[in-house]
Structure formats: structure tokens, C-alpha cells
Design a protein around this ligand. Structure first.
Ligand SMILES: [Zn+2]
Length: 662
């Protein structure tokens, strides 16, 4: 039997005499794997070079006796006080030039050679000790890389490394001056040693320099993970190596990071304490899973799946009965082969003492434990069958860390957020029960009936050609506002009118535009007037047909949305951010033109998703509400799990299987 469910376990938080009770309860619940030790450096190396792995070996052996395997985390997100005391210079420097000190986590600089030496000594000993341990199956590098590091680090070590990175990229200082446009505000450099890390300035910053800085920070994190992975891989060639990502978090380019891992893992807390609403909308959660699957184009693990209310100083909402199971199976429906619940037992101390798990503080199995047990015992047998299978969407949304960085640096509109904008397109499809893949811009797009490429703000001649070829060969492409504005160096395009060569593809030109700031605008589509937000590209037709026009502004009655046949395909240009209603109606029209199949019909709290093997399709129908829901499926499926077809109880998850039509 393969592994399907697990928990994150911290035996070091509890007296040893409790361990066996925990492991027995885990076994009864159906746990097959635990992740441990990713924050236990001090417990394992309390004094430099003095390693204490006995407690961990004892815990691993106990778990293994019950058939539960272990993943070990390298604890490098929290170096112990003795390291900091000995080498305070490894603490990071923020943009205001201040040190960030010991007492939380991630109080480290990942470029610092002294810190790396400490890590090398520890991770080598750690890996050697567990390389042949029969209970250990794999490793997690660090924890949520990029999290807590924010705009760090500005220290001397990072400055030196950044200068080298720039020298490798540009070769000469003249090339850098050109690429950064340093003629403006007298920002020219004579040589690379004059370039600093981006400490706060008196006023403004150079957008080209900031884009390089963000890319450098991402490369540093990837290098840090790769370097650790190499140490482990050499010593433990039979173990897998993974890392726990955080959905769309953008401190590190996850496509790059995924490249060095055996598989990607993710952490998700739909009702975390930072949510303004009771929980994150289901469509956003679904998009998280889809992008995680997209980073490596493979099934993934949920390394931390929320199992209780989550909070630090304040708390999020309690999980309603059935809600945890619905979220866990949503992960599975979108491509998770394994779900590990965070965490086994709510701990009594530290920053996360209110971050609840399967067991509460008392350690007594209750509602959540029973729900998890029921879920595991219901779905494990099916996961044996569909493990390794993938969803197979007909629609792709293009996602890029570089676009995200550039629009973080200059959002153009105060509230424009790259990921939120992508999520608006995603939601319109999600609500229609149309599955979606996230892809990188230069991926092969030919298998998709429809590709949506929002906010293609940075543009290269290669990417222009890629999109032109896709449409010429029969593809359907949606491009949007702020396309082709900048080159790869984040300098404005000057050769031809916006959106550059893609204007020819779309049959338009965009000679002017309007930022709506606090105002909303209007669009006339069909006979109905709709609300639009944030931005209006002012469009001139150069062969395209207009399918919607502005109804507000000095440009009213000019095109807002256009359609252009090009080669064997069609290119649409959406010159604004549609409000929810317009988005829904325009995506209905476009998905009909593209003959996109929908999985069924149902209200907005009901999710439908499929995973496909060579000959079978598994269909998940999930009720994310605490009301009964009705639905209707398109296609012939057999109900494997669930009370009654076309009817869902609150938070019910139903599973169907069908044959794949060839
Ligand atoms: Zn640093």
C-alpha cells in the first residue's frame, strides 16, 4: 500500500511516556507517515558538534513499529541561540539597515558563508545518522523558504553576492547602466562594487534595479535549497527530497525551486488568522492547488493541511463539522497524492500555541480526530487507484513570477495585484465547473483549447512570437490590459505602439490608457451595461472586431474588448479589469466559442474536479457549504462514494468514476 495520509508530529513537545499513546491513536486514525524535526536544531545539536539524535531515533523506531514512516525536515529555518551568540553577523539586515534578531524564526542570512558552514556540519551529521534508518523515507529541506524573509537580506555578504550575480548577468558595467536606465536621476555606476543592496532611499527606486534584486533573492533561495539537497542526496541516495511551498507566495520562483525536488509539497490554511472572511474563497484554494500541480506538472503532497483553527496572537474561525474533510479532499481532487495534517497535537508553548491540530491541548481524541479517521478510512482505498493520475484541463492560465515581481514594484493602479487579477479569470471558469491548469508563458500551449495570459506586462520578442504561433496554429488566446508595456529589463517599450507586435495578433493598437483610481467605469456588452475596475486601455481597431465598448470616460463608445481571427485561431483583447458580472458573461461567451466542456452545473459552493488515468476519469463533487446542494453532471459516471446522486449534504464529498472517451 502506498502512503496517502499523515500528520506533522513534534514528539519533542511532549513527555516521552506519552509517545506510544500518540502513535497508537495515529495508527487507529489511519496515519501512514509523519514529518518531524524541521524546527528541532537545538534539541539535536545543543552544543556545536555535539549531536543528540537518540530521542529522534527512538520516536522513529516507535512509529515504524506501528508501520508509520518518517520524513525528516532540516531545521535550518531556526538556527539555535548558540550559533547566533557565536556568530551574530548571520542575523539578517532589513531594508532600513537594522538587524533582525533571534527570538522568532528565520533569523538567518542564507548567503552567509559562516551560517552555511554551520548548516553543512549539522545536515551532514543528520543525513549520515538517518541514511539507513528503516523508518525514514525522505527529507524536507528547511521550511516554507521565502516565508518570513520578506525583503531580506541587505547584509555585506548579500551585497557581495548580488554584485557577483549582476556581473555574471551583464558582463560590463556599461551593459548594466543601459539595462537599468541609470541616465535617469544620475544613477550611473563606474563599476559593480558601487552597487548596494536596496536599502530604503530618500525617494523612489529604480524599477529595473528592483526587478533584478527580486530575481537575485529568488536565485539565492533556490541555491540555498539546492546546496542542502546535494548534501543529503549524496549521503541518502534512496530518499526523496521535497519542500513545503505556500501556494502563490512569490519570494522565490517556485518553478525553479520545483526543478531540484523529487516532488513539490504545499502548506494550506484556508481559515488562517490573517483571513478577513471566515475562510479563503474555495475558488482561490482550488487555484492554489492547481498552481502547485503546475510547478512540476506532477501530483504533489500536502505537507501541512489545516486541521484546526489557526492563529498566533489572534485566531481564525473554528472549522465546521465536515469542513476539514472537504478541504482535504479538494487538495486530493486537484492532484495531491498524500495529505499530511498540521498538526498532530496542539502544543502548549511558543508562538504557535493556538495553532490547533488533530488533537487539542488535552490530547484527547475528539470531533476533529473522529472526522479525520472517518475521512481516511473512507477514501484511502480509492486513492490507491487514482494515485499518480492528473487532471487534464482544456484551459490554461499563464502564471509568471517575473510578471508578478514587476507588478509588485509598480502596480500601475494602487489596488492592482497580479495574483488577484489572475484569480478573477480563474473564478469565472471555476464557477462554470471548468478545470484549469496554470502554465509558464513559454510552455507548450498547443494542448489547450483556450489560453488566458493576463497582464503580460514584461514582453520579449520570443514570447511575442510564441503567442503569435499558438494562435496562428489554431489556438484561442486572451490577452489583457497592460500587455507588452515593458521589455525584459523593466524599461518601457518605445519601438511601436502598445501592445507591441501582439497588436498585430489582436488587430488593435493602444495609443492611450486611463487609470481609474477610486472610480469605477462602465462597459456596454450586448445590451447590458457592466461595471469595470482599475484600468481602461484606449483601443483603436486595426482589423479586430469590437465585442464590448466603454460606456464611461472621454473614450466612451470606443472598444473595451476585441476579437480578432488570426491564422487558424482567435485572439481576444480585454482592455480593462472586468467586474464579476462582466467576467462571468464574457467567459461564458469565449468558452462557448472554444467549445470548452464543463463538468456539470451546480451552485457556487459546489466544486467539481477530475483526475484522469489512461482509461479512467475520477470525478469529485464537493459541497463547501453547510447547506444541502443539488447538482447535475455532464457525462456518465458511477457513484463510488456518497449518499445520493445529484444531492449533497453539508460539506459532503462525493466520488465518481467513469470511462475515458478516446
Ligand atoms: Zn545577508
Amino acid at each position: 500500500m502506498k502512503i496517502h495520509f499523515g500528520v506533522d508530529y513534534y514528539p519533542e513537545h511532549w513527555p516521552k511516556k506519552r509517545w506510544e499513546t500518540d502513535v497508537q491513536l495515529m495508527k487507529e486514525m489511519g496515519v501512514q507517515v509523519v514529518r518531524m524535526a524541521e524546527f528541532s536544531w537545538f534539541k539535536m545539536e545543543p552544543v556545536q558538534g555535539e549531536f543528540h539524535f537518540e530521542w529522534l531515533e527512538e520516536a522513529i523506531a516507535l512509529l515504524d513499529r506501528y508501520g508509520i514512516k518518517t520524513i525528516l525536515g532540516t531545521p535550518t529555518a531556526a538556527p539555535p541561540a548558540w550559533i547566533i551568540h557565536k556568530n551574530p553577523e548571520i542575523q539578517p539586515i532589513d531594508r532600513e539597515g537594522r538587524r533582525r534578531f533571534f527570538g522568532g524564526r528565520h533569523h538567518d542570512c542564507q548567503s552567509n558563508p559562516i551560517y552555511r558552514a554551520h548548516i553543512k556540519q549539522f545536515v551532514t551529521a543528520f543525513a549520515k545518522r538517518f541514511a539507513d534508518n528503516p523508518g525514514v523515507i525522505g527529507w524536507q529541506i528547511d521550511n516554507e523558504l521565502g516565508n518570513s524573509h520578506g525583503e531580506l537580506c541587505m547584509c555585506a555578504s548579500c551585497r557581495q553576492l548580488y554584485q557577483k550575480w549582476l556581473q555574471r548577468k551583464y558582463g560590463t558595467i556599461e551593459a548594466l547602466n543601459q539595462a537599468w536606465g541609470t541616465a535617469f536621476w544620475s544613477q550611473g555606476y563606474n563599476d559593480f562594487t558601487q552597487i548596494g543592496t536596496p536599502l530604503i532611499t530618500a525617494a523612489g527606486e529604480n524599477p529595473s534595479a528592483m526587478l533584478d534584486w527580486k530575481c537575485y533573492c529568488s536565485d539565492l533561495i533556490v541555491d540555498f535549497a539546492d546546496w542542502q539537497a546535494e548534501i543529503i542526496r549524496e549521503i541518502c541516495p534512496n530518499h526523496f527530497i521535497t519542500h513545503n511551498f505556500m501556494c502563490f507566495d512569490n519570494k522565490v520562483d517556485y518553478y525553479d525551486l520545483a526543478g531540484l525536488l523529487d516532488f513539490v509539497s504545499n502548506d494550506i490554511y484556508p481559515a488562517g488568522h490573517w483571513q478577513k472572511t471566515p475562510h479563503q474563497p474555495e475558488s482561490e484554494l482550488a487555484a492554489c492547488h492547481d498552481v502547485i500541480r503546475g510547478y512540476k506538472k506532477k501530483p504533489f503532497w500536502m505537507m501541512e493541511q489545516q486541521s484546526g483553527m489557526a492563529g498566533w496572537e489572534i485566531m481564525g474561525r473554528a472549522l465546521e463539522p465536515g469542513q476539514m474533510s472537504a478541504w482535504a479532499m479538494q487538495s486530493v481532487a486537484h492532484g495531491a497524492d498524500v495529505v499530511v495534517f498540521f498538526r498532530w497535537r496542539t502544543c502548549a508553548m511558543g508562538t504557535e500555541q493556538f495553532w490547533h491540530g488533530i488533537l487539542g491541548h488535552s490530547g484527547k481524541p475528539g470531533r476533529i480526530y473522529n472526522e479525520a479517521k472517518k475521512l481516511i478510512h473512507t477514501f484511502t482505498k480509492y486513492m490507491e487507484d487514482f494515485g499518480g493520475s492528473m487532471p487534464s484541463p482544456q484551459v490554461a492560465i499563464v502564471h509568471s513570477f517575473r510578471q508578478n515581481y514587476a507588478l509588485d514594484i509598480q502596480p500601475n493602479h494602487p489596488q492592482l495585484r497580479y495574483i488577484e487579477h489572475l484569480q478573477k479569470y480563474y473564478k469565472a471558469l471555476y464557477d462554470k465547473k471548468i478545470p484549469v491548469d496554470f502554465v509558464q508563458d513559454m510552455d507548450d500551449l498547443s494542448k489547450y483549447k483556450l489560453v488566458i495570459a493576463p497582464l503580460q506586462y514584461l514582453m520579449t520578442p520570443e514570447l511575442e512570437q510564441h503567442y503569435i504561433d499558438y494562435v496562428a496554429n489554431g489556438g484561442h488566446l486572451i490577452l489583457t490590459m497592460r500587455t507588452g508595456v515593458k521589455d525584459a529589463n523593466n524599461l518601457c517599450m518605445t519601438e511601436i505602439e502598445l501592445p507591441g507586435r501582439l497588436g498585430e495578433l489582436c488587430g488593435i493598437e493602444v495609443p492611450e490608457y486611463d487609470c481609474l483610481l477610486e472610480a469605477t467605469g462602465g462597459v456596454l456588452y450586448g445590451k447590458k451595461e457592466y461595471e469595470i475596475q482599475k484600468w481602461c486601455d484606449i483601443i483603436e481597431l486595426k482589423g479586430a472586431s469590437q465585442i464590448a465598448e466603454y460606456s464611461t470616460g472621454f473614450y466612451k463608445q470606443t472598444p473595451a474588448i476585441t476579437e480578432n481571427k488570426y491564422g487558424s485561431g482567435i485572439a481576444w483583447y480585454i482592455g480593462t479589469e472586468p467586474g464579476e458580472e462582466l467576467m462571468e458573461d464574457i467567459m461564458t461567451y469565449i468558452s462557448e466559442v472554444c467549445e470548452i466542456e464543463t463538468l456539470g452545473t451546480a451552485g457556487n459552493g459546489v466544486e467539481m474536479m477530475t483526475r484522469e488515468s489512461e482509461d479512467k476519469v475520477w470525478l469529485f463533487v464537493i459541497n463547501h457549504t453547510n447547506d444541502e446542494q443539488v447538482y447535475h453532471l455532464h457525462g456518465r459516471y458511477t457513484l463510488l462514494e456518497g449518499e445520493r446522486e445529484e444531492m449533497l449534504k453539508p460539506y459532503e464529498v462525493q466520488l465518481f468514476v467513469g470511462n475515458k472517451h478516446k
